[in-house]
Design a protein around this ligand. Structure first.
Ligand code: NPG
Length: 381
């Protein structure tokens, strides 16, 4: 199926979080998100049916998790990516599967490219009446739900928060750590809750000089330690991996399938956190899944506080068979009192794989009105 992109609308929304979320790089009390609304026409049908697709960008306001940030994403979309899409579709039409090649000459910017591809893929699947899960060949009807717990002010508060998530049914707990707030809180959670599936995430806050402190985490039989060192430190991760019993999982470092292959080949990681928005899109995410599966490396699906749109798409992706570890796929209510879309709900520790056409439910107009802080329409010339 071939589409024509008539216009892309860039929407910025601000959603309050139910509680502040603290990582090693800062505290968020709201989620500012850039959403893309692709207004398209289906070309290979006589009358030219109009179909809208939505994409969600995972970039944040500040470039603290990666080099990308919302204002930069908007700039690269308007000045570079959308003009390339508009120019190329005149010659050969547009499909979600080929837009990556059209955008490839622009170096970097995987989060911006991912959002654009997502909006087109959603439009294409809706036009075809196909769910994302069916497109991927996913057969399971639900995926287990893990929760990411931000850094808390004290160990008693952390134990209360973790206990509450376990009571709600979450199947795996991930604790955010940073230097000095690692061994004690992690040990306290292990001691209080016993043999629960437990892992930690450093968001690149350590250096190789901290190896001794990280080795102390080996005592807690963790599933993995996520991204202990900086994004570019593939070689140092390989050195660290040889000093730890706990498997290393990479997140920030893996911005493409090629980087995932390098990380595995170097021994920098034995597990990959696949975030579609970070790696350039759901199609690249599937390529990483495929290559990890072929190499015997486990993967799981990360989260970036997505609204129901990205959350539903992540749940479908996580239904692929190589996703053998529980992902950060929580219910909407983990972060939002009111989501932009109908909420994604966790039932019995699982999130359902959506079977309606497209990647996720579209934002409800009233919610977009309530939480929107600006939009920009970019029309095809
Ligand atoms: O469940 O969506 C979720 C959040 C999971 O902890 C989570 N995400 O480093 O993985 C991360 C972290 C994150 C969130 C990073 C937002 C950057 C932005």
């Amino acid at each position: 199926m071939t589409l024509h992109l008539d216009a892309m609308v860039l929407h910025v929304v601000r959603l309050p979080l139910v509680s502040p979320f603290t990582t090693s790089f800062g505290t968020e009390d709201e989620k500012v998100a850039l959403l893309l609304e692709a207004r398209t026409t289906v070309l290979d049908e006589g009358a030219g049916r109009e179909v809208t697709g939505w994409g969600e960008c995972v970039a944040m306001v500040d470039p603290l998790y990666s080099s990308e940030y919302i204002a930069g994403v908007r700039g690269v979309l308007v000045d570079h990516l959308l003009p390339r899409v508009f120019a190329s579709q005149r010659e050969r039409g547009l499909t979600a599967e080929t837009v990556g090649e059209v955008l490839a000459p622009v170096i970097g910017h995987p989060m911006a490219k991912a959002a654009l591809e997502m909006a087109l893929l959603d439009a294409q699947l809706r036009a075809a009446g196909t769910s994302f899960a069916d497109y991927l060949g996913v057969t399971v009807d639900r995926v287990p739900s893990g929760v990411s717990v931000g850094i808390q002010d004290s160990v008693p508060e952390l134990l209360a928060v973790v206990g509450d998530y376990l009571d709600q049914g979450y199947r795996r707990i991930k604790l955010k750590i940073r230097p000095g707030l690692d061994v004690e809180p992690t040990g306290a959670v292990r001691e209080r809750f016993g043999d629960i599936p437990l892992q930690v995430d450093a968001n690149a806050a350590y250096t190789l000089a901290d190896a001794a402190a990280l080795r102390r985490l080996d005592a807690f039989d963790l599933l993995l330690i996520e991204q202990p060192l900086a994004e570019d430190d593939l070689r140092q991760h390989a050195v660290l991996a040889r000093q730890l019993a706990t498997p290393i999982c990479l997140d920030e470092s893996v911005v493409s399938a090629a980087r995932a292959a390098d990380a595995l080949a170097l021994g920098a990681a034995s597990i990959i956190n696949i975030k579609p928005g970070r790696v350039g899109g759901y199609l690249e995410a599937r390529r990483i899944h495929d290559l990890c599966r072929a190499s015997g490396a486990a993967v799981w699906c990360g989260g970036m506080l997505e609204t129901g749109l990205g959350r539903a798409a992540n749940a479908a992706l996580a239904g692929l068979p190589g996703f053998t570890l529980t992902g950060d796929i929580s219910g909407s209510d983990r972060f939002y009192a009111v989501d932009l879309t109908p909420p994604v709900v966790m039932v019995d520790g699982h999130v359902a794989v959506r079977r309606e056409p497209g990647l996720g439910d579209h934002p409800e107009p009233a919610r977009l009105e309530e939480f929107g802080v600006g939009s920009q329409v970019v029309e095809a010339p």
